[in-house]
Design a protein around this ligand. Structure first.
Ligand code: DHB
Ligand code: MG
Length: 218
């Protein structure tokens, strides 16, 4: 497989559609400078998240795993003015950078960054009705995040999870990589769930070979 070609096409499309504006470039640069993992979604994936938010008319979003708020900004671009995002980040340095980036983006009124472990922080959000969830944090906890979210969502809500393909390693969950085990368990949960209908999308590009799952609440 020609991963260089996939990256080149990704970059070409990002240029052609002018997806990476100066603010988003600055956010990516800030993540690099802070030596945080370069695990933000790609611009094309960001645009896709924005479309999903808009198509589903989501008003209240939970993001689990903020990193430097790159995906958060894309999600916010899909929201109407009265929409809100709560984004949870476990790494204090990332959470602080994310707050700075959200201020730079002028999104303080719409985005709240909560610092801490998502499994604990979510319990303090039990009263929140949610209509869109983007999971991009601890892969071993995806099932827990999903099980928290579904009872708080109504028909038409979406749960999107990043990194559910992991270079195809989900074919061999017994190799002991806990992230692979986590997403494999998550896919198995989605496959048997009756309250949602899910599709899983393999993706290639500058982020390598991975994918999103998209679950629609019935
Ligand atoms: C990893 C996490 C991510 O969210 C991502 O997009 C890529 C890799 C990781 O922890 O390996
Ligand atoms: Mg990810």
């Amino acid at each position: 497989m020609d991963f260089q070609l996939f990256s080149k096409v990704d970059r070409e499309l990002t240029e052609l559609f002018r997806l990476q504006d100066p603010l988003l470039k600055e956010v990516l640069q800030s993540i690099r400078e802070a030596s945080l993992p370069e695990h933000s979604v790609s611009a094309i994936q960001g645009q896709f998240l924005m479309q999903l938010v808009r198509m589903s008319k989501a008003r209240r979003i939970i993001e689990i795993g903020t990193l430097g708020a790159y995906s958060t900004i894309w999600l916010a671009r899909g929201l109407d003015r009265d929409g809100k995002i709560i984004s949870i980040e476990v790494d204090p340095r990332a959470a602080s950078l994310a707050r700075t980036n959200i201020s730079k983006a002028g999104l303080q009124a719409q985005v709240e960054i909560i610092e801490g472990d998502a499994r604990q922080k979510l319990t303090s959000l039990n009263d929140w009705a949610v209509d869109f969830v983007f999971m991009d944090a601890d892969k071993a906890s995806y099932c827990d995040f999903y099980n928290w979210a579904v009872p708080r969502m109504s028909s038409g809500g979406l749960i999107v999870a990043d990194n559910v393909i992991r270079e195809g390693k989900i074919l061999r969950p017994d190799d002991g990589d806990e992230k692979v085990v986590g997403v494999r368990r998550y896919l198995e949960l989605l496959a048997k769930e009756e309250s949602t209908v899910s599709s899983v999308h393999q993706q290639v590009g500058e982020k390598g070979y991975d994918g999103f799952s998209i679950s629609l609440v019935l």
